[in-house]
Design a protein around this ligand. Structure first.
Ligand code: P1T
Length: 377
């Protein structure tokens, strides 16, 4: 089946009792047992929930994965992944990731003896060079938040296979509509389903997708044993939202492409970051591994004052953290999403105090462009 068909149907069958076409939110913490040990396969809400399972299977189908394991946030999903390694193990990470991922790895997981190397993964050779005896995993975000750097997923997967490492791709920025890392050889995909998958800025969620039975088994165990599960209602909202993922992503992409192209013609935008611009240094790779360029655009205004003023003056764009919702958001990564990253590390990757990140929504693009222009004036 095609993507849009799977988005609407995969993982879902009409309800057995009533024939309800839409999987209901099973808002229950527990299930009746006929006698001890005799039940319908559902024992307790943390362990089993049909709304959650439907959502997991739906997103797994979209990512071309066999298994989906959902969590209460994107970071909870990433944290669960850390159970695949142990104290003394080493993980290689792309040097630009969401600031919260950096904070989780450097400020929490290092206390448990996990070691991290941060490398510029735009060149896969840097990843291979960073491999040590105790390396177990390579974790990349592509495109990165907020610099929109790309990593060649196939090249990383190949390196990981050669050295028997697990390859993980945070696919939050593209969504499976534009990029399917498992089909390029990655072992695990992680999402903040808070973003495009849900797309309506009303849920916090995360999910892991894989084709590896052993990874699935371990993660399913962690999901239940550590317990960071999403609520059935949130799962229902996400399942409702993925039905329109294809149409939303097309519009995000169309609007973002127009805005990025428009900004490149304006003197006030000192630098525009968008993988759909031919001047993006990795435009060829973008065309190779993605089927669209997404809805995220970053702009360097060349001065912190101008960046602050722009964020304050836009009216259709809302100043807020997060991304991937139908409404357009503006964010100042240095003080918001990436405040946990030391300034010198931010600057090394071009994440200046003068940088503004736009999550381009699906409003009328003329209104968004007018909003940008009015703010600049
Ligand atoms: O917020 P949460 O659902 O826990 O997801 C964390 C996360 C993981 N990966 C990427 C690429 C992300 O962008 C995020 C969250 N990002 C934001 C909140 C933000 O505004 O960038």
């Amino acid at each position: 089946m095609g993507f849009a068909t799977d988005a609407i149907h995969a993982g879902q069958t009409p309800d057995d009792t009533t024939g309800a076409v839409i999987v209901p939110p099973y808002l229950t913490s527990t299930y009746v047992q006929e006698e001890i040990g005799k039940h319908k396969g559902y024992e307790y809400g943390r362990t089993h929930n049909l709304t959650r399972a439907s959502m997991e299977n739906n997103i797994a189908a979209l990512e071309k994965g066999k298994y989906g394991i959902a969590f209460s946030s994107g970071l909870a999903a990433t944290q669960a992944l850390m159970n695949l390694v142990k104290s003394g193990d080493h993980i290689i990470v792309s040097d630009n990731v969401y600031g919260g991922t950096y904070r989780l790895f450097e400020m929490i997981m290092t206390n448990f003896g996990i070691k991290y190397s941060w490398v510029d993964a735009r060149n896969p050779r840097n990843v291979e060079k960073a491999i040590r005896k105790n390396t177990k995993m390579v974790f990349i975000e592509t495109p990165t938040n907020p610099m929109l750097n790309l990593t060649d997923i196939s090249a990383i997967a190949e390196i990981c296979k050669k050295h028997k490492l697990l390859s993980v791709v945070d696919n939050t920025f593209m969504s499976p509509y534009f990029q399917k890392p498992l089909t390029l050889g990655a072992d695990i995909v992680v999402h903040s389903s808070t973003k495009y998958l849900n797309g309506h800025s009303d849920v916090i969620g995360g999910i892991l997708l894989t084709n590896r039975a052993k990874v699935h088994e371990k993660m399913r165990f962690i999901q239940n044993a550590a317990g960071a599960v999403p609520s059935p209602f949130d799962c229902w909202l996400i399942l409702r939202a993925t039905k329109t993922l294809a149409v939303r992503m097309k519009q995000h992409n169309e609007n973002a492409q127009k805005i990025a192209e428009y900004l490149t013609t304006k003197k006030y935008a000192k630098k525009v970051y968008y993988p759909g611009l031919p001047e993006h240094p990795q435009y060829d790779l973008a065309k190779k591994q993605m089927s669209g360029f997404g809805g995220m655009v970053s702009v360097d205004f060349g001065s912190t004052k101008k960046a602050y003023s722009f964020a304050k003056k836009v009216k259709v764009f809302t100043l807020a953290e997060s991304l991937g919702g139908v409404e357009s958001l503006v964010c100042h990564p240095a003080s918001m999403t990436h405040a946990s990253v030391p300034k010198k590390d931010r600057e090394k990757m071009g994440l200046a105090d003068s940088l503004i990140r736009l999550s381009v929504g699906i409003e009328d693009v003329e209104d968004l462009i007018n909003d940008i222009d009015n703010a600049i004036k």
